[in-house]
Design a protein around this ligand. Sequence first.
Ligand code: TPU
Ligand code: MG
Length: 564
Amino acid sequence: MTDHCTTTVGSYLADRLEEIGLKHYFAVPGDYNLVLLDRILENKNLEMISCCNELNAGYAADGYARATGGASAVFVTYSVGGLSLLNAVAGAYAEDLPVIAVSGGPNTNSEAEFEMLHHTLGKLDYDYQRDIFSKVTAEAVTIRDPHEAPTKIDHAIQTALRFRKPVYIEIACNIADAITSKPNVRSFGGPTASDPVSLQAAVDHVANLLNNAAKPVLVSGVKLRSFGAEENFHKLADASGYAIASMPNAKGFFDEQHPNYMGIYWGPVGSPGCGEIVDSSDLCLFAGPTFTDYTTTGHAALVDPSKVIQARPNSVVCPNQTFSNVKLSEFLEQLAPRITANDASMVAYKRIQEDPPALSAGAPETPLSTRQLVSRVQQMLTADSAVIAETGDSWFNGMQLNLPTGSRFEIQMQYGSIGWSVGALLGYCIGAPERRPIALIGDGSFQLTAQEISTIIRYNLNPIIFLINNGGYTIEVEIHDGPYNNIKNWNYADLVHVFNAADGNGWSGKAATEGELDEAIKTAKSHNGPAFIEVLIDRDDCSKNLLVWGSHVAKNNGRPPRVN
Ligand code: TPU
Ligand code: MG
């Protein structure tokens, strides 16, 4: 029996999830988490979204965190569920998303009685799932003592929000119902504050460097959003008058309609003129960047460290000087009023700026090309759009889009796990019901997680999905081809009918020509529910940027081993 100051462990967790802003959670049941789910279901301010499998539920939690800017939660059963979830949680770690992964666990008596349990590895190890998750989370806790539940749950939630990383909470199946303290008032703040002395020194030093530079530029990076610094980056952009670029995995974090926006800084596949201005600048401030083989096109975009300032989530790295414990958002906020406006890089960019080539539509019977597809998607974009671009040529096609102010763009470029977009799209629709997301998904990627379209239909969400049927793993073809890059064709559009069964409201169509695509888009836009358009594209039709990027990445991958 609970009294006025106690509750159950499961209810405690539900209350805390509600308190930090969650309205939904993603779940797949199993006997280790059923009692826990009963307790969570009792909280009527949280809605359960039932997924087809744990990997997709994890991707959905990733998409939900992207959509809301807050945390998300996913509930699974022990081992068979948890280990399926692992890949999605690893992706959330790579992408700085505070996903709270909750797994049921063995009964607390099992360990003492040396019991061998179902769903496990078949050995007497009761901690392996937590040990595995500890590698892909910022905190991994097991709750076997109900008295410890409040501190462990609170600490895990605090860690997720503070470090913008996933956490793992395992609750023994016979503890979900056990009595513990009711949640007491406390705050769950985000990232901690900077060291004031270090912050001041960093701002002084960087303001001095930038104000003495001839042609400084600003580049937005992927950490801007996770660490709550987008708005202060905009303030700095407005104050500086510098030319501004975005890194590819930060596309859309800076307003692409801003008068000083040049485009994507991505080495040889970046926006025309953008790389030239960044590379010829005498000082670049990169805000929250990650320099990987993917974001630098196989390290072809080599930024000269002597001309770069990196404002990282917790430090500022200048040529020959590093300032520690300086938070990105605070740094940008304090730097903005200290900057003397300088439009030299913008003037230089204007001189070489190229207008994007005009592309007119072909006759209705013209076979569809990726270029024409991109131009049709471009026409669909509004301030309410969110584009979800899956790994593959969809990255490069998505990168061509010119995003209206207010629209969003999602890409999993650090982790790049194919199939991510189907689950992430589900979570995004749930987390941002005011938007109508547009997903660009390759056929190969789709085959990994296709069944989650069923959940999108089940909850009658309303994304518009472009399934690009180009008959294979084209991105892999461009990096390194072989027979493994061919895939079995499916009648993708027909899947929507299969998943609709008697009660679904999904609509699907197929487009092989420009005319068919125009018709399909018209129907999709007027359809009040999930819309799915299978577009048929030639196997060799891919964006020029994929070809260039693929050869650079292949060269980087193919470096011979160093031998002594
Ligand atoms: O547009 P396109 O054809 O390039 O995209 P599609 O059809 O989705 O093919 C993607 C091919 C691909 C693979 C097989 N891209 N990356 N990979 C490697 C890979 C394998 N497994 C996971 C989970 N993630 C990966 N990135
Ligand atoms: Mg493909």
